[in-house]
Design a binder for this molecule. Sequence first.
Ligand code: PLP
Length: 368
Amino acid sequence: MPQVQETILEIDLNALQHNFEFIKSKLRNKTKILAVVKAFGYGSDAAIVANHLQQLRVDYFAVAYTHEGVTLRNAGVKTPILVLHPQIINFETIIEHHLEPNLYNARVLNAFIAVAEAKKQEKYPIHVKFNTGLNRLGFWEKDVDYIIEKLQHTNAIHVTSLFSHLAASEDLNEKDFTQNQITSFKKTALEFEQKIGYKPILHQLNTSGILNYADEAQFEMVRAGIGLFGFANDEHITAQLKNVITLKSIISQIHMIEPNESVGYNRAFKADGFMKTATIPIGHADGIHRALGNGKGYVTIQGKKASIIGNVCMDMIMVNITKIDCKEGDEVVIFDHQTTVNDLAEQANTISYELLTAISQRVKRIVK
Ligand SMILES: *Cc1c(COP(=O)(O)O)cnc(C)c1O
């Protein structure tokens, strides 16, 4: 890897492949894998990640919103793409780009049927989501007859899959609740299959679900997101996964600070002795949460921790390098391992998912 010369996010496709194969190894041979690449591929680059997973013969992709699916299609992705949370205004775009909507309530189901009929579609692939306890999106168990009735009156759409989402798959204290979600989904899916007369693909498990409930609820497909990027919501399993996303920068400038001088906005940091600081070209507009200011967060320079001092600025942070032998232009690691991501997430009172997806589009993405 050449010397880093600006703030960059590196994507390690070998690590991605390792994680994909690890997840596969937890599943039966025939189980399909849907890769969730929403939110720019968990903050990395959805097109790069999806193209690589496509080469690895992933079965399906999912994104949250329609335009994310359009980006993948424009980047050459041919694999089916489920849009988890489409809006009616985008239904024509969905059909034009061969994206597959999740139809989660009567409003969107009827609107999609109308658009598909107007565009003379036949058996257009759609997915139906059932709410089994997350109370976020989805039809209820009692809505099956209503959905079947609508489906029997149109030839424009075809149900490719039925799915549901677990609320606490990572939390084994909620095992009973999760088992109830699984039981409810099985019952609804069975009723649906009997009434519609064919068998859509069933899927309910996210990464933590795959790790904790593969025996009970694997069905024909699973949906892996964060696990592909190296995180398992469990430190022992995370240790068996590889880190995909690395965030690096450089030292722009070094300052020698004298006692009682302050550093940064609002003079939030005041030096109580002689010290040395480094200014790094990455700030809250790049995804360094302001909660990481004032000693909460740190970066690594020459293998040593340098804590963030003062407030995080929009475009920069200042870090304490008093005890680090380094010079302007040296490489700075924000994170290059899952443990650092989890550590920083904890310091910012959040989770790896938010820390990764917060890395803004201003940061240049490169393949390692
Ligand atoms: C984001 C999402 C996933 C992926 O979850 P991970 O915990 O990242 O594996 C799966 N299913 C749905 C419905 C989602 O919204």
